[in-house]
Design a protein around this ligand. Structure first.
Ligand code: BG6
Length: 503
């Protein structure tokens, strides 16, 4: 594997939750897998007053929650440094600049810097600007890359203004907008499944595909993120970014090469072809729901409106299902469905391709007699793998057909190391590869598609929000969205489905 160039990774928001839960574990994992460059400094930056030693101790504590090899931890900690800084105050950035110069000299690292904004979005304006004011965006003597976390805006106007602001100080090719879904191995495998197998691509179109179903279900609720989530909701939190990016990979045309712009151009074209949902049609195409109090097993689960940080009269959706079309040659007339929600019965993300039935039903019309839709399930998590459902003859007299599973589970490749999504994406950024990062124009296009839905909800309070008991598959009306077919009720195990699963 290509080695990353020596560099300093500056984490803004180093004492925050994301750094603790995702970035540090990902970096540590990369360290144990020897994926980090030998010359690497990770400089934590935040308001909290800490020394290098104090930061290392804090990180040691995060890491020691899981049993780890102490030698690995100690050698990892040697990469870590810390700089207290009031990041919202431009006048403090010369301090950061001198600290970076000092580290470059001390560790003989060239001026290659990656800035990771693991901060609240209200700092996305001031940090890039302040870095630029002291010349820390200048690539003359080494690369300067900026990673930012979602939300990339909260609506179309704010997304445009964020992009505009970022582009005042950094070029698009220096910007890495992280969407951790794209870092998932199984999401990347969509491209390999489609474009490395001769059998799928010829039938990957409206001639053979009846509809496509995308599910991202979570058993968790909003945990302690009520304050954020109540202003976001499932449409902004999951659909605008992760799930539309998935649609991009499922629906795109083959890229000419596997390179950042070639792939991202194709994703953009998919977003350009999404048939807009007019405000009048929102109620018909988009079902929103919110979980209500219920018993899951013996536990009494509280309603969303009773969660901390949530307005007791909140109309924020914790569930969303949407039916949409992609108006281009490949997908004309094929309905796509997305379903996502919190407090559903299983934690599952998957894409199901439902193929059309045979043109003539030779074996009769009974459900077990040959009119089945073949299904290809691309499982993102858990039990990552691929499942193909096909018809087989039931042994014995006559020609009765039953559905059987052909399944592959990633865990069968036990000797293969599956990097975490954050690990994979960080490594790509270290190597200057933005393929799996969202590009500004695609982010704006996705918002353009979502905006009429937000407007309709805001302008028309009569559009209902349905409740669903926590622990169920969302509001009952969601079945009406899929006129000609049925949602799959996925289970933890890829090959199982149905409403009654092992949890
Ligand atoms: C995040 C959302 O981006 O993705 C969360 O903000 C959600 O609300 C999470 O829980 C889902 O990611 P994953 O990897 O757990 O499926």
């Amino acid at each position: 594997m290509k080695q990353s160039d020596p560099h300093i990774l500056v984490i803004f928001g180093a004492s925050g939750d994301l750094t603790k839960r995702k970035l540090i574990p990902a970096l540590y994992e990369m360290h144990t897998q020897q994926l980090l460059p030998e010359k690497l400094a990770v400089l934590g930056v935040s308001r909290t007053e800490l020394t290098d030693f104090g930061f290392r101790e804090m990180v040691k504590e995060f890491l020691s929650v899981q049993p780890q090899n102490q030698e690995d931890i100690e050698s990892f900690l040697e990469h870590l440094y810390y700089q207290p800084l009031l990041t919202s105050d431009s006048s403090e950035y010369p301090i950061l600049k001198s600290r970076l110069e000092e580290l470059c000299n001390e560790l003989a690292i060239p001026e290659n810097f990656i800035y990771y904004l693991s901060t609240p979005p209200n700092l996305y304006q001031v940090i890039p600007q302040s870095l630029a004011e002291v010349g820390l965006n200048d690539s003359t003597n080494g690369f300067k890359r900026l990673i930012i976390e979602k939300p990339f805006g909260t609506d179309l106007a704010s997304a445009k203004s964020l992009n505009k602001n970022l582009l005042n100080y950094f070029n698009e090719n220096q910007l890495y907008r992280i969407d951790h879904y794209l870092g998932k191995e199984t999401v990347q495998n969509m491209l390999v499944t489609r474009f490395s197998n001769g059998i799928f691509e010829p039938i990957w179109n409206h001639n053979f595909i009846h509809h496509i179903e995308i599910t991202s279900a979570e058993t968790l609720g909003i945990e302690d993120r009520g304050g954020y989530y109540d202003h976001s909701g499932a449409l902004r939190d999951m659909v605008q970014n992760h799930l539309l990016q998935l649609v991009g990979l499922i629906a795109m045309e083959p890229p000419v090469v596997v390179e950042a712009d070639a792939i991202r151009n194709e994703v953009l074209k998919v977003f350009q072809s999404l048939r807009p949902i007019s405000q009048e049609k929102v109620a018909q195409h988009v079902i929103r729901g919110q979980y209500s109090q219920s018993h899951i097993g013996k536990e009494l689960v509280k309603a969303y409106r009773d969660e901390t940080g949530v307005d007791p009269l909140s109309r924020t959706e914790t569930f969303l299902a949407i039916k949409f079309f992609i108006d281009n040659f490949r997908w004309a007339g094929v309905p796509f469905y997305i379903r996502t929600g919190k407090k559903l019965p299983a934690r599952v993300a998957e894409v199901v391709i439902h193929f059309k039935t045979t043109p003539h039903h030779l074996f009769g019309d009974q459900p077990d007699s040959g009119t089945l839709n073949n299904q290809l399930v691309l499982r993102i998590q858990p039990d990552e793998g691929i499942l193909l459902k096909i018809g087989m003859k039931i042994p014995g007299a006559g020609f009765r057909v039953q559905t059987v599973n052909l399944d592959f589970h990633y865990n069968e490749l036990s000797d293969v190391y599956l990097p975490s999504a954050y690990g994979r994406l960080l490594l790509d950024c270290m190597q200057g590869d933005a393929t799996l990062y969202a590009r500004g124009d695609a982010v704006e296009k996705a918002w353009e598609y979502i905006q009429p839905i937000l407007n309709a909800w805001q302008n028309n309070p009569d559009i209902p929000i349905f409740s669903y008991p926590a622990g169920t598959w969302g509001p009952e009306v969601v079945d009406q969205l899929m006129e000609d077919g049925m949602w799959r009720y996925p289970c933890k195990n890829l090959a199982h489905d149905g409403e009654y699963c092992e949890l």
